[in-house]
Structures are given as structure tokens and as C-alpha cells.
Design a protein. Structure first.
Length: 288
């Protein structure tokens, strides 16, 4: 299938070919076969990416990115902070730089403080999986999934428009908000579910042990799917969004404490299930 429109970026560099970075490479090549994709990562990952035709070329150093139009920082959050400072030494203001990290305030603030300035727009694709790594990357990862941009500069409208066109071409649904709004929202809809699932699996596993887990039904399997997520990604998210995550955890802890006190009150349990059921139905609208 040929290209349906001119690509907003003709030469793309992806720094970090994990699940997200690898999927960006696959999706960009599917959307615009003429786009040139170069990547930086460990040698075995790069060899696999070349073999699977996810990328056209490899770069050994950030200094080799001068000729690209777009740099995507797709490493864990705190690595992206370090990469941004190093990329700034090699790219011109004409090159757009974005990231895909799950928190935005730290990197947006870091970009705003760079001298000389870099054309940076924070980004976060809300497409992912329980397992990370290039081996799970796929061109369809972002289809019909939100992709949030958090520009820190009002003059970045043109860059946001180009990035929005780019991710729409990957199948995503672009939107914008402030970094502060992003981090508060993600603490509720992403970071809290991850930590809740992780803690739940840890508590149940320690108490029930292997024999008891063999008796578990699909409910526990579905509820704890996120417990397989890689710790390195979430370690950085917790550090860079600790204040908002604490607030979200407090809300859940308070609600669980209330339920613990009201286990013998049928009307309270009924109300909790009814309320949760309504919000679950709202969550599932348009997902079928």
C-alpha cells in the first residue's frame, strides 16, 4: 500500500528501540515507506531491527543525528532527561525533538532551561503492553489510542501540528494539555492502576503462595495483568511523579479503608458496586 500523504518528517531518529520506540519505527515505515528511520540502541537490538526491516540505518552516537528532521527519545524517563541534554549539543533548532515518557513535568522543565534552546515538544503515546522490549513492537500499537503532547512554549504551534499529523499517520489520536494536567491525569488513570495491580499481586502471591495461585480464576489473572510490567520504566515514573501518585494512592487507600469498615453493611457494598459499574461502563464506551 502506498503513502496516502506526504510525511511531515522525512528523516526520523528513534533513540531507544523498546516496545514504544520499535513500534514507532514499524508504524512510520508502514505509513510512509519512503521515510528514512535511523535508530540508536544496543548492538543486538539494532541487528534485530535491521533484520525485521523496522529501520533503515543505525547511528552509533548522538552526533550522527544532525541530518534528521525528528528525534524521538524513547528510553525510560530519567534516561530521556539525560539524552535530551546530550541531544541539545548536536541538533539545530530546525530539528524537532520529542519524547514518549509517561511523565512530563520533569522533561518539559528541563527542555525549557536548555541553552541554546532546542525545539522540544513533550509527548506520551498511551499505547503499551504488559511486556516491554523490541520483540513485542508492532506497527499497530497506537491505532485508536491517545497520544498527548505537552508543549511548554506557545510558539510551538507549528511543531505540535506536525507532530500531530505524524502520530495520526501512525493511527493515534493526538491531543494537547499542559505537563501539569498530564501528570495529574496519568497518576489516576495509569500510575495508580499499575501500582494497585502490582501491590495486589504481591500481597496475594505471598499469602496464597504457589499452591493457592493454582486455584485462582480468570478474575485474578485479568486484574493483575499489569503486574508483569518492567520495573525499570515504572521506577522512573514513580520518581518523577511522586507527588501526584501519592495523592492518587491516598484516594484509593481511603476508599479501601471505608470498605473495610463497612463490609457488613449490604447497602454500602451495593452502592460501591453500582457506582463502580457505572464508571466501568463509561470507561468502556467506544472500546468494543
Amino acid at each position: 500500500m502506498g503513502e496516502v500523504a506526504d510525511p511531515p518528517f522525512r528523516r526520523i531518529a528513534v533513540v531507544g528501540l523498546g516496545l514504544i520506540g520499535g513500534s514507532i519505527a514499524f508504524a512510520a515505515r508502514r505509513a510512509w515507506p519512503s521515510v528514512h528511520v535511523v535508530a540508536i540502541d544496543r548492538e543486538p537490538v539494532l541487528k534485530e531491527a535491521l533484520a525485521r526491516r523496522a529501520i533503515d540505518a543505525v547511528a552509533r552516537d548522538l552526533s550522527e543525528l544532525r541530518g534528521v528532521d525528528l528525534v524521538v527519545l524513547a528510553a525510560p524517563v530519567r534516561q530521556n532527561l539525560s539524552l535530551l541534554r546530550r541531544v541539545a549539543e548536536h541538533v539545530s533548532p530546525q530539528i524537532v525533538v520529542t519524547d514518549v515518557g509517561g511523565t512530563k513535568r520533569a522533561i518539559v522543565d528541563a527542555a525549557a532551561a536548555l541553552v541554546p534552546p532546542v525545539t522540544f515538544v513533550g509527548g506520551h503515546p498511551l499505547g503499551g503492553g504488559a511486556r516491554g522490549g523490541f520483540e513485542f513492537a508492532t506497527a499497530g500499537l497506537f491505532v485508536r489510542r491517545p497520544w498527548i503532547f505537552t508543549p511548554h512554549d506557545a510558539s510551538a504551534t507549528n511543531q505540535v501540528d506536525r507532530l500531530s499529523t505524524f502520530v495520526a499517520g501512525l493511527g493515534a489520536l493526538p491531543s494537547t494539555m499542559t505537563a501539569q494536567e498530564h501528570d495529574r491525569l496519568m497518576a489516576l488513570i495509569s500510575h495508580l492502576p499499575q501500582l494497585a495491580a502490582t501491590a495486589l499481586m504481591e500481597v496475594v502471591g505471598r499469602a496464597a503462595e504457589s499452591g493457592g495461585l493454582r486455584m485462582a480464576g480468570q478474575g485474578l489473572v485479568d486484574t493483575t495483568r499489569l503486574a508483569s510490567s518492567p520495573a525499570d520504566v515504572w521506577r522512573d515514573i514513580c520518581v518523577t511523579n511522586a507527588d501526584e501518585i501519592r495523592g492518587a494512592l491516598d484516594l484509593l487507600i481511603d476508599r479501601l479503608s471505608d470498605l473495610r469498615s463497612d463490609l457488613l453493611r449490604a447497602e454500602v457494598i451495593d452502592a460501591a458496586f453500582d457506582d463502580a459499574g457505572r464508571w466501568r461502563a463509561e470507561l468502556m464506551k467506544g472500546r468494543d
